[in-house]
Design a protein around this ligand. Structure first.
Ligand code: NAD
Length: 339
């Protein structure tokens, strides 16, 4: 499969390194409207076909897919361009600025008959995947409670300055991943209540969010996120889990320590992700998941199946983001069918 990457920014390097390790896929062209970034990325990855304009690239190149790694405002026009051009598409999270945009994008690709996946990679982190598979396999019986927690004081703003500028911050940027992990573990959600706070005075959006979710499955989960938590050890970018089931409990603690307890028997496992040759701590957990999700995309295209984190699936995760902001702003619980 021949692909092109659009958006050569902060995160795209991970995607390019990972594509080099995806069997059957190759990035043959790059696009960025910033010439310096385009040039630097082209040199670093030895990709000579470069474009400032995505429309021109789609006309000139013979592609099977595009990988969109730009920030949110450009996602809809670029996904619609991919749909018009008849190529498969991966789009970075958050899928869109609004639910209406997100629905239109998923519909456009569906009409084209091609596959759309959202780069929703946190549920593909190997420690999280291990927990998801254990819960799905019934290791702790039927789950009834979950806490999915991401609390950190890590400076994300130096690498991604735009995160300090938006009216929305932690739910849209990070909470979206943690909400998606909750869906991966416990299924779809009927009702959500959220509170938010801004602790850091130098940013515009909220940096703390606490969300209570009622799942169709009967599970209640708490999804809590903070970028205002200074503690030791600093756990960025680990998501910690506490899950209670009818037969036992599962915990994913700091340092990638997984404990599955059934009756009096507790199995403790080190589920630390590998440090890939091109990765660096502490990002290696996220970096490995980028390779995994991109391999999943290539496998799904080859097999003619729908990715687990397809555009259609991601509408349900994005709806949780919208529900959380609505709940926090109106101070009430929100039913998902309102979104
Ligand atoms: P960035 O601003 O560093 O890079 C974006 C690049 O896209 C820039 O170089 C910009 O010039 C280019 N661009 C924007 N619009 C374009 C267009 N229409 N045509 C061509 N080029 C265009 O942003 P980033 O931090 O790399 O984030 C990109 C996306 O990745 C965001 O949506 C962000 O939320 C997401 N992200 C995901 C993860 C993850 O773990 N999944 C982690 C970090 C960032």
């Amino acid at each position: 499969m021949k692909g092109a990457l659009i958006g050569c920014g902060f995160f795209a390097r991970n995607q390019l390194h990972a594509w080099a390790e995806v069997p059957g896929a190759e990035i043959v062209a790059l696009c960025d409207r910033d010439p310096a970034r385009l040039d630097e990325t082209a040199r670093a990855f030895g990709i000579s076909r470069t474009y400032a304009d995505a429309d021109e690239m789609l006309v000139r190149e013979d592609l099977d897919f595009v990988d969109i790694a730009t920030t949110v405002d450009s996602h809809r026009p670029l996904v619609e361009l991919a749909a018009r051009s008849g190529v498969h598409v991966i789009c970075q999270k958050p899928i869109a600025p609004t639910m209406a945009d997100a629905r239109a994008m998923v519909a456009a690709v569906a009409e084209s008959g091609k596959v759309m996946m959202v780069h929703e990679n946190f549920r593909w982190q190997s420690p999280i995947r291990r927990a998801v598979e254990a819960v799905r396999a019934g290791a702790i019986g039927t789950p009834f409670f979950g806490r999915i927690s991401f609390r950190s004081g890590y400076d994300v703003f130096s690498g991604q300055p735009y995160l300090a500028e938006g009216e929305r911050f932690i739910i849209e940027d990070l909470g979206i991943h943690i909400l998606d992990i909750s869906r991966a573990l416990f299924g779809d959600v009927t009702r959500l209540t959220a509170t938010t706070r801004r602790v850091n005075p130098r940013i515009r959006g909220e940096d703390v969010a606490t969300m209570l979710l009622s799942h169709d499955s009967g599970v209640t989960s708490v999804v809590d996120c903070s970028y205002a938590t200074r503690r030791s050890p600093e756990t960025f970018p680990e998501t910690l889990l506490e899950i209670d089931g009818t037969e036992g409990t599962l915990r994913l603690d700091a340092g990638y320590r997984l404990t599955i307890q059934r009756g009096d028997d507790a199995q403790v496992e080190d589920v630390a992700p590998p440090l890939l040759p091109w990765a660096e701590r502490p990002w290696h957990n996220i970096q490995e998941s980028v390779r995994t999700i991109q391999r999943h995309f290539a496998d799904c295209i080859a097999a003619g199946t729908e990715p687990e984190t397809s555009g259609a699936d991601n509408l349900k995760t994005f709806a949780l983001v919208e529900a959380a902001y609505l709940s926090a702003s109106e101070g009430r619980s929100v039913a998902l069918d309102e979104i």
